[in-house]
Write a protein that binds this ligand. Structure first.
Ligand SMILES: [Zn+2]
Length: 222
């Protein structure tokens, strides 16, 4: 009882003369905009940093939203860096600059000799299109062809800035740690592909190696 009285008394103290306004409205029967603004404290500036919702300011949202530079431990208002960290690795950092930017191939130790050949072959439009036209059932029977087509498909369509060449390298049973000669690798790969592609019934795939890379040297003595 005493506490209630005290409380009411305190509120009366700092009410900024609201009881006078109420009295005036009651007497005249007229409430002006100014009266309402004063009574409901509408024009008070937005409160910041009181940490609770104060009753003295309708423009206090402190319990809902932290002050401009403040954060909360959980939820919407937690520190952005904490939140981003909690999501783990950001795949966005591995995106190509644009759809036209070429992708790289991972170096698995000493497989750069193979990667450079793969990139050259991929950049050969006729070779690439020939490989993409191979029938799915032929790919199923020829793991090397299949992995190469998958690798090329990723180089073309993946949004990632680099492609993992491990599945292809594994299919060829190359030793990741041993450096090889690029040209030797190309020669061996082309003969291997030539053999695999014989299964295809698509003409632009079947003889792609012969059509693009086979040549003849003739010597004429006069
Ligand atoms: Zn506040």
């Amino acid at each position: 009882m005493t506490r209630g009285k005290n409380k009411r008394h305190r509120q009366g103290d700092d009410d900024g003369g609201t009881s006078d306004i109420w009295r005036k409205i009651h007497k005249t029967g007229v409430a002006t905009d100014d009266n309402m603004n004063q009574l409901y404290m509408i024009t008070k500036p937005v409160c910041s940093g009181c940490r609770v919702n104060t009753k003295d300011n309708p423009n206090c949202f402190c319990a809902l939203v932290p002050p401009p530079s403040g954060t909360r431990k959980f939820g919407l208002w937690q520190k952005i860096s904490d939140f981003v960290d909690s999501l783990g690795f950001d795949p966005n950092t591995e995106l190509r600059a644009s759809a036209n930017s070429p992708a790289g191939l991972t170096n698995l130790g000493a497989t750069c000799y193979a990667n450079s050949i793969l990139q050259c072959l991929y950049m050969n439009k006729h070779f690439r299109e020939g490989l993409f036209s191979v029938e799915p059932d032929v790919l199923q029977q020829e793991p090397v062809l299949d992995q190469l087509a998958r690798l090329f498909a990723q180089l073309r369509l993946s949004k990632k800035t680099f492609i993992d060449s491990a599945p292809f390298v594994k299919t060829l049973e190359l030793d990741n740690e041993v450096q090889q000669d690029s040209h030797e690798f190309l020669t061996l790969l082309l003969s291997l592909l030539e053999g695999c592609l014989r299964r295809s019934k698509i003409s632009k795939a079947r003889t792609i190696v012969q059509d693009l890379f086979r040549g003849s040297v003739s010597h004429v003595t006069t």
